[in-house]
Design a protein. Structure first.
Length: 390
């Protein structure tokens, strides 16, 4: 069987990752035009699949595949991460075609081939449906036209919203200071460790950001939404940096001036990092703020968000103080008064939390009574004074 859905796709155009793509190939828990509902968990445990050049050519005409892909569920989306084989004519043809279509505004869709391993008839939204509970995908392919619900444009996006780099996650309690992090990233991405613009490896530098401007991708001002830092010579995704970007996408700190299309792609990428965070820290309450529904936050994650906001405020004040110093000035008396009031409020919060910890201190545990040991100790004490007992 095959199903087809709208599939925003990003094709990497250069560097070591040329030919890599990410496509959204399905949406879970909705009724499609075949009256099927693919439920969450249906794709779990799937092996890598082949990529056909067009219209399932490898599945129906025995054409050689042109790439491989892995499929995973991310929220209510099914994502295919793949690599086109640019050493083959078919792989290069598909790669060039997708880029050409995007450039000229031509649309298509992506489809996946599968076998049903477990299903169940039922009803959803007062409609008789078949629930697909377990699928075995074997192929993905771009197609001319498909039968998916709400199909829309296949977009081979210009490389502005960066791909999911799957960076390793750093310590959850590490404070996020984007200015300091960018200084370290610049040195890491430069050929001589200076961090100077003329020595910068810009594709390497872009790995620390969720977005960049393709018309300004050789200057520091062309990159936005940083989330990574360098430790021991290695690039890490910082949890509080990711939380900060999620907040900005929701309008925090004035939001960000980039297209809605790119913001949607960034949300998908951020969502995948949130999935990694949930798994690494074993905390199911780490959910993107735009999720349709979410349970209560864990105490730890609520603390994460509070500390992320404090990180942002501290950095803003630090940058303002540095600017004033550069101008030969200091913080104004008004700003100093505001900061002093804020510090007093924070100290009051700390005092309240300390009092709460003291009030909830568990009682000290005493050693259990041992009558025989107590009697022996008493007899030994009497013996020291030469007394006898009857």
């Amino acid at each position: 069987m095959r199903k087809t859905w709208a599939a925003p796709v990003e094709i990497k155009a250069d560097g070591d990752d040329a030919g890599a793509f990410t496509a959204r190939i399905a949406t879970l828990d909705v009724i499609d035009k075949d009256s099927d509902v693919t439920v969450s968990g249906a794709f779990l445990g799937n092996d890598p699949v082949r990529v056909s050049r067009f219209n399932h050519s490898s599945a129906v005409r025995d054409d050689l595949p042109v790439g491989v892909a892995t499929i995973q569920e991310v929220g209510d989306q099914v994502i295919a991460d793949g690599q086109l084989n640019l050493d083959t004519a078919g792989g290069r043809d598909l790669y060039d075609t997708l880029k050409f279509e995007a450039k000229n505004g031509v649309t298509s869709e992506w489809s996946y081939g599968f076998t049903v391993e477990e299903s169940e008839d039922g009803e959803q939204d007062d409609q008789k449906v078949r629930f697909l509970k377990r699928l075995k995908a074997f192929e993905v392919s771009p197609v001319m036209r498909g039968a998916g619900m709400d199909t829309a444009t296949l977009a081979v996006k210009t490389k502005t919203a960066t791909d999911f780099g799957n960076l390793p996650l750093y310590d959850r309690d590490y404070a996020w200071n984007s200015s300091a992090a960018l200084g370290r990233v610049r040195k890491w991405a430069s050929s001589d460790g200076s961090g100077d613009k003329d020595t910068m490896d810009w594709p390497k530098y872009s790995k620390a950001f969720f977005w960049y401007d393709p018309d300004d991708d050789d200057s520091f001002g062309g990159f936005k939404l940083p989330f990574a830092d360098i430790t021991d010579g290695k690039l890490w995704a910082v949890p509080r940096g990711i939380f900060a970007v999620a907040g900005v996408l929701q309008g925090a700190r004035g939001g960000v001036d980039i297209s809605e299309t790119d913001q949607d792609h960034i949300r998908d990428t951020v969502d995948r990092y949130y999935q990694k965070l949930r798994e690494k820290f074993d905390d199911e309450s780490i959910i993107v703020p735009w999720a349709k529904s979410a349970g209560g936050l864990s105490l730890k994650h609520e603390g994460d968000l509070a500390l992320t906001a404090i990180d942002a405020l501290t950095e803003r004040v630090r940058l303002l103080a540095a600017l004033r110093l550069k101008e030969g000035r200091t913080l104004s008396s008004v700003n100093r008064k505001r900061l002093s009031s804020l510090v007093e409020s924070m100290q009051a919060v700390i005092t309240d939390l300390d009092d709460l910890l003291s009030a909830t201190e568990p009682p000290e545990k005493h050693a259990p009574l041992n009558p025989l040991a107590d009697h022996a100790a008493f007899m030994a004490h009497l013996a020291r004074f030469g007394q006898e007992t009857t």
